[in-house]
Design a protein around this ligand. Sequence first.
Ligand SMILES: Nc1ncnc2c1ncn2[C@@H]1O[C@H](COP(=O)(O)OP(=O)(O)OP(=O)(O)O)[C@@H](O)[C@H]1O
Length: 233
Amino acid sequence: MPALHLVNVTLEYPDGESTLKALDGVNLRVDPGSFCGLVGPSGSGKSSLLAVAATLVRPSSGIVSIDGTDTTGLTDAELTSLRREKIGVVFQQPNLLPSLTAVEQLIISHHFSGKPAAAARRRAAELLDVVGLGPSLNKRPHQLSGGQRQRVNIARALMGQPRVLLVDEPTAALDHERSQEIVQLLRRVTDEFETATVMVTHDTEFLPLTDSVATMRDGRLSVPALTEAGIKG
Ligand SMILES: Nc1ncnc2c1ncn2[C@@H]1O[C@H](COP(=O)(O)OP(=O)(O)OP(=O)(O)O)[C@@H](O)[C@H]1O
């Protein structure tokens, strides 16, 4: 079963007298443990696809399924809870709170989920270990490098044990070596946590670390036919 499944998804924005199709009949299926690269020119709809897959924006038509659940009929409250449990999002900028330590950045994101604080702290420490920041869990953002801040960002996205991990340009602010390390980390996380991972990127040199590459153009997505990794359009 795909962890992320988009079927004939369209997203329209008003554009003067007419409408602009940011997404135009998009089909995408990503199975657990698959890492999908998403490329395409500026304005082609990549961020729109991530926003719809993250259930932050409802499509104009089509179906978005997360871990077998069709999200179409869900209320906003149900979507919020599904997102918290099943979807991790990593934005380009880590958006860490300056006054909090690395471990607190992870815990605060789960503050309202009703889980016991001790369990959240334990999971946060484990995840920081996974991303290689075990020794830095009490450091604040200004004491961390750009690459380390992005690692905190990735660890934070894993707090809810997501089935789907959506990553927007994670290497945009990093040098070549740090960029490579971040994409390698996303590959490892995808394998270890069996997330269905979609990463928007301009860095085509890291695409060999993914299982499949989908290309966006004018709101339309082209994906390779079925690959061994189980991604198909
Ligand atoms: N909130 C919005 N209202 C109206 N139009 C929008 C909105 N968000 C995006 N668009 C339009 O939808 C199209 C797709 O935009 P989107 O940001 O998804 O592309 P992108 O491929 O992510 O671009 P970039 O690589 O520059 O981030 C563009 O024409 C954009 O102007």
